[in-house]
Each structure stands twice: as C-alpha cells, then as structure tokens.
Write a new protein. Structure first.
Length: 629
C-alpha cells in the first residue's frame, strides 16, 4: 500500500504547479513542484523494482504494462479534452502546433519538442495547452531505461551493495548538469540552448530521479533515521517555492524531498490530511487537465474578451473559484472513470483497452495528417489556406518552406535563401515576417518563368540600415550590399522606430542598393487588422475591424505618416526607385475590408494569408511593374 505521506507530498507538488500556472506571482517557484514529482517517482519506481528484483520476480513486460495502463488511458482522455478546447480557442497556426506537440508527447519526446519551440518562462507558455506534458516525456524516458539499469546492477552488485550502486549512479548523473557535457555531446542540436537543456533534458533531470532511487535504497537497508524531522522538512518546502534562495531552490527542493522519502511520516486522520491525501490520489489527473483549462481561458480572453473582461477574467474571484472547481471536477471524473478503471486490469487484451487504443490511433492519425482535422476547423470560419497551392508553407501560416523543410524566413545568409523560379532576371525580397507572408503572391507561372525570386527576410526587422542586423560588419549587411543587377523588393510593418531612424537612413539604404545597378521597389504602408479578427469572428460570429470607419481612420493616419516619410526623402526623383502604394488594396471608401468571397486576407493581426498575398499582387501595379522592369 502506498504511503499516505507521499500522497501529501504529491498534493503539495501539484498544487504548487497549478498555482504557478494560474499566476506565477502567487508562487514564483511553484514550477519546482515538478522537481518534487521527479524525486517521488524515482523513489517509488526504485522501491518497486528492488523488491521485485530481490525476489527474482522482476519482469520487464509486467513493469512496462503497469506504466502503459497508468499513463496512456489518461493521456488519451486528456488529449481529446485538450483538442476540443484547442479547436475553439486556438488560431489555425497554433492549432497545427498543438497537433505537433501532441504527436511528440504521445511518442514521449515532448520535452525535446518544447525545448526547440518554447521557453517555459515566457508569456507564450501560459497560453500553450500542453506545455505541462514536457515532464511526462522526461519521466517516461527514465522509466524506459531504468529497469534495464536495475537488471544490470543486480548482476554486478549484490543486494547488500545496492546503496553503493545507486550512489555511484547519482554521482555520475551530476555530470548531466555540466555545460561541458552539453557541448561535448553536441546537445545544442537537440535542445538549442544550454538553459533549455537544463530545464527539459532527461540528462539534467536524472539526478532528481536518482535522488529518489538513493532514498529507496537507504530505506530498504533501514539506515539514516530522520522521521522526527519530517515536519521540519515539510514546512521547509514552502519557502523554497516562494523565495529565491540564491538560485539554490532546485537543489533545496531535491534535498528536502530526499529526506522526506527516507522515512514515513505518519499522518493522523484529521480532515485536512484526508483532503491532501485525496488531492494526492488524483494529482496525475489534476496535472494533465489544469493546463488546457487555464490556457484555454487565457486564449479566449486574448481573442474574444473585448467587452467581457469584468466577468471572464482570471482576476475575478468568483470566476476563479468556478475555474478551480471545474479543474477539480474534471480531474476527479477522469480519476474515477479512467485511472481507477484501467488500474484494475491485470492482463493486456484488446477488448480491455479498445477505447484507449482506438482513440490513440485516431489522435495520432490527426497529428500525422492534420489537414483532415484542420479542413473541418476551417469550415467554422473564413478560408486562409489555398487548397490547390503548388508551394509548401508552414501549416497554418503563409510562410514558405524550402526543400529541406526549413522556413524561408530567418535564413542565416543569402546563400541559403529560398529560391523560386527559373527566369534570367532576379528579384530579391527583403523585409520582415509580414513581407515573408507576401512572397507566395508572386509564385505564379508567368512570374516564375521570367524571374528567379530569392526570399531573404528577417523576423521583426524592417530592411533599413541600423535596424536589427542591418548594420556594418554583419552578415545581413554584407549580403544585402552584395546584390547586383537585380530588382530588390523591400518593405515591412511600419513602426514608430522606423520613423525615429528617419528618412536619411532609408535614403542611404536605397542609394547603396541602387549603386550596384539594382532597381529598388519599396512597398507602401500595409493596412492590417492589428489583432486576430479571424479568431474573434470564430468566437463571436462578427467582425470588429473590417468595414469599421474608426479602424479606417487609424490606418489612414499611419498610411499618411509613412507616405510623408517617402515624399520627404526625395527618393521618388530617382528613376531606379519605385514606390508601390498598397493601402488601397484593402482600404477604400472610408472602410478597410479584409474579406472576399469567404476568404480572409490575414492569418493573424499582421501576417498575410494566401488570399491576402494574392490580393496585394493583383490589386496593385506591383506585378506590372515587375514585368515591365
């Protein structure tokens, strides 16, 4: 029978994580509840394996079946729940990302996926429905290998030396925290940064599991008695979850968990203890379901809560209480109907697990072939993806992808820039992510026959000297000034910082580009919704900025401001400079309309969809200008 005090520790761990995901200011180090889970897991799994190994009853098939029936049923039900929330509360781009994350989480490499796509401590993670699944992947990676280590250790070490065996493993695991190991093994190719490696990697987390293993080997030999201090260790957990203790919080949590595991803490039958034990019992379901609920609410507020902040808000106490009760209720239902049901199954059979297996197959099929599900997703709103496009884009966006499955935006150098077409004349497209989303508008047969198009765009960077990496002695600067005998099309989102740089830098940039026998085409101000109107429509069945006169006035003022910069620069006097106004592509007669025939021109508030890119090319003189050049 499982120790009741361990259920108390599990309860504290999951409550800490939920509080952190709800509002990190309430418990700044609440995410370390996961670290407590890791030590507990290492302790319980080692204790179980040692008992079986010492009795010569350890069978890998039995062990892995227990992990299967413990993890997969709840993972399947929580995934179905999460997909439902995501369907109604995520943009198409983020819904695609959700499907990718679920795929990798099902394969128990979700920690690697998140290390390559998201910093856990950024605002984006708060709106991610499955960021909590990274730890499940780390646990399962440990569980897959650890029984094999126990078997090998059992052959090399007699049972009375088990403590020494785990001590050696623990000491070796500390090397996983070394940046030298990270560099030597080229782990940057997997985790992208050392900080992400430390957070997401099973190598950097192994010492916590093995801390639990060390505690299990100690309790089996009945050495080190600390039970009378358990209350102190338990209370000491609380400040480590709130106060920053000279960056030692993780070490202290792990050490305190070690001492708590060594000896059983006898709990009385007081009601408060019973409540905590109950929460510990359902902690796995609580951990799985709390994040999609909280993140789903945040996404709803972000996309559609324009006029209802007073009652749909995580700052509204009655609403928060309702949300916490919902998290508890759904977790309890999953615990009773799923966890408890499948935990009682003693032998594997298809009939016993048919719902879980079939659900998992369907889920994985959607993640591998997402178009089937997303096509239904699109029916609830406007179209943004073309069904017959001949080029590849990142799913849910209009960013082009090259033959190596890399996005064309943010390439390291001009030599690796994406290239389209076979024409003798060259077009180089420079700009930010909004211009990257425009490139597909040029990929028609006529243009690609006459031109070879190169995309060399950088996220968030207007292509003017002294903005972002467009500075002397940088790769982008050298690459841009190496272009010759070509047409250079440049543009991007007009921001205040561009105005602060002034027309002088714009003029200098253009003159430098023209000096290499290039013709420069500058795109004018691009009006845009400025927020995801498509998601707002999906949730409210109404448009808020399209055909809105106030929105038109705001966009028109920005257009005039940009237009003045161009006129003041005197660039229009240069025959090799061309200025293409694109304001009228979307805005005219005192309104801006970002829709046409059931299609929407933006994938979010700023970036063009396939139809938006085509609209700019078709509704302006841009294409004629290129062909005439």
């Amino acid at each position: 029978m499982i120790r009741r005090d361990i259920q108390l520790y599990r309860a504290l761990a999951v409550i800490a994580v939920i509080i952190y995901h709800f509002n990190e200011a309430l418990l700044p180090f609440g995410y370390l509840g996961v670290d407590l889970f890791f030590v507990i897991s290492g302790f319980l799994i080692t204790k179980q394996l040692l008992e079986l190994s010492n009795k010569k009853k350890l069978k890998l098939s039995v062990f892995y079946f227990k992990r299967f029936k413990r993890i997969l049923p709840s993972l399947a039900t929580s995934t179905i729940f999460t997909l439902t929330i995501g369907f109604y509360n995520l943009s198409i781009e983020h819904f695609y990302e959700l499907l990718r994350g679920i795929k990798y989480s099902y394969l128990f490499v979700g920690n690697i996926f998140f290390s390559q796509t998201m910093d856990y401590f950024t605002i984006d993670s708060k709106r991610n429905l499955i960021i909590n699944l990274w730890s499940l992947s780390v646990e399962e990676q440990f569980y897959i290998l650890f029984p094999l280590i126990i078997i090998i250790g059992g052959k090399l070490f007699k049972s009375k030396y088990q403590y020494q065996f785990f001590l050696i493993l623990f000491l070796l695991s500390l090397f996983g925290l070394s940046e030298a190991i990270y560099t030597k093994l080229s782990l940057s190719k997997i985790f992208f940064s050392f900080d992400n490696y430390l957070f997401y990697s099973p190598f950097s987390r192994a010492f916590q599991f093995l801390t639990g293993s060390l505690a299990a080997s100690i309790t089996s030999r009945k050495i080190l008695r600390f039970s009378k201090y358990n209350r102190f260790f338990l209370v000491a957990l609380l400040p480590t979850l709130y106060f920053e203790l000279l960056s030692f919080n993780q070490i202290l949590i792990t050490l305190l968990a070690f001492f708590l595991m060594i000896n059983q803490f006898e709990l009385s039958d007081r009601k408060i203890n019973t409540v905590f034990v109950h929460i510990g019992n359902i902690s796995f379901s609580l951990y799985l379901f709390h994040q999609p609920i909280l993140a789903g609410i945040r996404n709803h507020i972000f996309y559609a809560n324009v006029n209802s902040e007073s009652f749909i808000s995580l700052k509204n106490i009655p609403f928060v209480i309702s949300v916490l009760f919902l998290i508890y209720l759904i977790s309890l239902i999953n615990y009773l109907l799923i966890e408890q049901t499948y935990r009682k199954v003693s032998l594997f059979s298809f009939s016993s697990f048919k719902f879980i297996l079939l659900s998992s197959v369907i889920i994985l099929s959607f993640t591998i072939y997402p178009k089937n599900l997303v096509s239904f997703f699109n029916k609830t709103t406007f179209n943004i993806e073309a069904v017959d496009q001949t080029y590849r884009t990142k799913p849910g966006t209009n960013y082009l992808i090259n033959k190596n499955n890399q996005m064309c935006i943010d390439q390291d150098s001009i030599t690796s820039a994406c290239r389209f077409g076979t024409g003798k004349k060259h077009i180089y497209i420079l700009g930010d992510s909004s211009i990257s989303s425009l490139v597909s508008g040029f990929l028609d047969t006529e243009t690609l026959k006459d031109f070879t198009i190169y995309e060399y765009t950088k996220s968030g960077c207007y292509p003017v000297i002294n903005i972002c990496s467009f500075k002397p002695n940088t790769t982008f600067y050298t690459d841009a000034l190496s272009i010759s005998d070509s047409i250079i099309l440049m543009g991007g989102v007009f921001k205040d910082e561009f105005g602060n740089v002034g027309e002088q830098n714009l003029k200098e940039t253009t003159n430098l580009l023209i000096s290499n026998n290039n013709k420069v085409i500058l795109l004018g101000y691009m009006p845009s919704p400025k927020f995801d109107e498509l998601m707002y429509y999906k949730k409210t069945s109404s448009l808020i900025v399209s055909k809105n006169s106030l929105h038109f006035q705001n966009e028109y003022q920005s257009y005039l401001k940009f237009d003045n910069v161009i006129n003041d620069s005197e660039l229009l006097n240069d025959p090799n400079f061309h200025y293409v106004e694109i304001f009228n592509a979307f805005c005219r007669t005192n309104t801006c309309d970002y829709t046409e025939n059931g299609n929407y021109f933006f994938i979010d508030g700023v970036h063009l969809s396939h139809y938006g890119a085509k609209a700019i090319v078709d509704r302006t003189n841009l294409k004629n200008l290129l062909l005439n050049n």
